[in-house]
Write a protein that binds this ligand. Structure first.
Ligand code: NAP
Length: 252
């Protein structure tokens, strides 16, 4: 039985839909007080009302916006115990055709955005005395590859490079830094990849189904519990076994 996280102050970036909304919902249902962020004000307000969370419009690629999120968390929640740095984008572009803007957009949101988010929230996480940082990385980059995602894979692997040193730097403050590595999770963003993509992925997963956003939420919740206080700098793959097969025959 895990200790309750009732009343904990939780911030989820990119919490307006998809995995972030799933993480925020799991924490809210567990009694935590939650603040979500995203760039789309209307969608954010609607998601916040559904979850029972506070909402701030903010772009993780902007240092000023990240600082506004921390200030809003201080005002709305009185601090931050758990920071879920989840906001991310995954536009597809083959290496041969990729523009500098494509690279800047993906690294700016997924990697720089992670660093800026954690940096801005640090004073509140330190004040918590039991701060938890939980990154949403991916199997793509750290473990696997997929055509069209060289920049995305680099950003997701880069998050883990950030995590390992951040975990050391923040250990003295009793802040843990861990990451969830989702496989293919059914979200609005993933649906945008098209039916062929989804069918191909489903066929490659030993469990023969995509994951749900709650599957990621529960993994994040575990890292936030008191029982996980001595785990830092680590990753957990949540993918229905997708990284396991050595060849397509292994899942046929
Ligand atoms: P999604 O459905 O497209 O949702 C993305 C969320 O991030 C939205 O709330 C979006 O809101 C927000 N966001 C995007 N850019 C932002 C920015 N610059 N600043 C603030 N918020 C921003 O995507 P998802 O599938 O849930 O993915 C969420 C995370 O999981 C990403 O980090 C992704 O890399 C990771 N992931 C997803 C999968 C999967 O299968 N779905 C697998 C592995 C990893 P706005 O657009 O309003 O800003």
């Amino acid at each position: 039985m895990f200790t309750s996280i009732e009343g904990r102050a939780v911030v989820v970036t990119g919490g307006t839909r998809g995995i972030g909304k799933g993480i925020a919902s799991v924490f809210a249902r567990s009694g935590a007080r939650v603040l979500i962020t995203g760039r789309d004000h209307g969608a954010g307000k609607a998601a916040a009302a559904e979850i029972g969370a506070a909402f701030v419009t903010a772009d993780v690629a902007s240092k000023a916006d990240c600082e506004r999120v921390a200030a809003a968390a201080h005002e709305a929640l009185g601090g931050i115990d758990v920071l879920c740095a989840n906001a991310g984008i995954f536009p597809s572009a083959r290496l041969a055709d990729m523009t500098e803007d494509d690279i800047d957009a993906v690294l700016g949101t997924n990697l720089k955005g992670t660093i800026l988010t954690v940096q801005a929230c640090l004073p509140l996480l330190k004040a918590s005395g039991r701060g938890r940082v939980i990154l949403t990385s991916s199997i793509t980059g750290p473990i696997t590859g997929f055509p069209g995602w060289t920049h995305y894979g680099a950003s997701k692997a880069g998050q883990l490079g950030f995590l390992r040193t951040a975990a050391i730097e923040l250990a003295r403050d009793d802040i843990t830094v861990n990451a969830v590595l989702p496989g293919n999770i059914m979200t609005e963003g993933l649906a945008g990849m098209g039916e062929d993509y989804v069918a191909g992925m489903t066929a490659a997963i030993p469990m023969r189904k995509l994951g749900s956003v709650a599957d990621i939420g529960y993994a994040a919740l575990f890292f936030a519990t008191d029982e996980a206080a001595y785990i830092t700098g680590q990753t957990i793959v949540v993918d229905g076994g997708q990284v396991l097969p050595e060849s397509p025959d292994a899942v046929s």
